[in-house]
Design a protein around this ligand. Structure first.
Ligand SMILES: Cc1cc2nc3c(=O)[nH]c(=O)nc-3n(C[C@H](O)[C@H](O)[C@H](O)COP(=O)(O)OP(=O)(O)OC[C@H]3O[C@@H](n4cnc5c(N)ncnc54)[C@H](O)[C@@H]3O)c2cc1C
Length: 355
């Protein structure tokens, strides 16, 4: 039987600490209990959403008129594949950051730059979490899901997951509930090739070189802490959902238009950040655009502030509402659109809210 709480406040279960109550909160322990709970909810026609670590959600002030399903089961298993690689079957309820620490300590390489990302394993494939030049998609072999459409437990290959920048076929698909994730990692004390310039500089290596995985993990944690991207309840800059906006992915023509707007607004010498993205697209920087649009670190609207360390994080100063947070986010997005004709999109899942 799953413990059920009626009229359960959700704010304390999120890193933003914002939002009202759910009609019910079901806490499920174990994969079978999770499947049973979903079948029951669907049978009853009860709306629900899965709440992991609550680090990538904004919950409406009115709360959620349905059930929040919380997965708390853990248990990662390692299995040697060959001399070079290990498969790790991790449960949806495993804490991601703790898992990364354990994998690096066990001499397994491929996720060290994803250290310190809050939340649970089950959410990692949803938006293909990434940081410092690494994405979880590069090590995911398969994802076990409960498919509400077929009412079966199914295995999705990485290709079927359709991973892309902060996106996947699972994102926004309420039918697919992640039960477990299988990662394939290299047995090595060395990191994967370092792809992020700032991290390479900190490690004293060239982009494309490998470093000691433990050194890479520690360097990433230091960088994250300095940017308020490492959870710390005493650091109000981390009362956030991480980056609030995804970086814009533009076609070549759209990027040219952006360059033109940047010259007009910021002067001839100004250049929008440009990174190659999949499919010939170009990724620019949401944080840079926000700053060029005139917003500064620490800028406040009521109880909401841009992080004092990073313009991409919207933070709760203590008593913020979801309405206040979205109003500030809309103000930022509208100004960026007006000046640069780029439409910023929110990264967190909005529960009971529309963008
Ligand atoms: C300080 C901070 C730093 C961050 N840094 C990064 C970063 O560097 N890179 C990055 O990519 N993200 C980052 N994030 C965002 C966040 O940590 C990740 O997206 C994380 O994977 C969310 O996990 P969660 O368990 O908290 O998911 P939740 O916030 O609980 O859920 C997020 C979404 O996934 C759905 N979901 C969760 N679990 C499941 C499941 N088992 N099956 C189906 N759907 C599910 C939820 O319904 C919701 O729609 C950061 C957040 C914070 C607060």
């Amino acid at each position: 039987m799953n413990p059920i709480t009626e009229n359960a406040p959700l704010a304390p279960l999120t890193t933003l600490r914002i939002g009202g109550a759910a009609k019910q909160l079901w806490t499920v322990e174990g994969e079978d209990a999770c499947v049973e709970a979903i079948r029951q909810l669907d049978h009853d026609g009860e709306p629900f959403f899965v709440l992991g670590g609550g680090s990538n959600v904004v919950i409406a002030d009115e709360g959620f008129d349905g059930t929040a399903l919380r997965l708390v089961y853990e248990g990662a298993e390692h299995q040697q594949r060959d001399d070079q690689s290990f498969a790790i079957d991790a449960s949806a309820g495993d804490d991601w950051a703790l898992l990364v620490d354990a994998l690096v300590e066990a001499g397994l390489s491929g996720v060290e730059c994803l250290a310190g990302i809050p939340g649970l394993v089950g959410a990692t494939p949803i938006q293909n979490v990434g940081a410092y030049g690494q994405e979880v998609a590069t090590t995911i072999e398969a994802v076990r899901v409960y498919n509400r459409a077929t009412q079966q437990v199914e295995e999705m290959t990485a290709a079927q997951c359709g991973f892309a920048y902060r996106s996947s076929a699972l994102k926004g698909n309420a039918d697919l509930i992640v039960l477990a994730v299988r990662f394939l990692l290299e047995r090595s004390s060395l990191s994967a090739p370092i792809a992020y310039r700032e991290l390479a500089e900190k490690l004293g290596v060239e982009v494309g070189d490998r470093a000691e995985a433990e050194a890479a993990r520690s360097a990433v944690l230091e960088l994250r802490r300095a940017k308020g991207m490492l959870l710390d309840e005493h650091d109000r800059d981390t009362w956030s959902a991480g980056s609030f906006f995804t970086n814009p992915i533009l076609s070549g023509a759209e990027f040219e238009q952006l360059e033109q707007r940047v010259r007009e607004h910021c002067g001839d010498g100004a250049q929008a950040p440009r990174f190659d993205a999949a499919g010939g697209m170009v990724k620019s920087s949401a944080a840079w655009l926000i700053e060029q649009a005139g917003f500064s670190r620490g800028e406040q609207r009521g109880q909401v502030a841009l992080s004092s360390k990073h313009t991409l994080a919207l933070t709760n100063l203590g008593a913020a509402s979801a309405a206040e947070l979205l109003a500030f986010a809309h103000e930022i997005a509208a100004r960026v659109d007006e000046l640069f004709a780029v439409q910023l999109r929110p990264e967190p899942a909005l529960i009971g809210l529309e963008w």
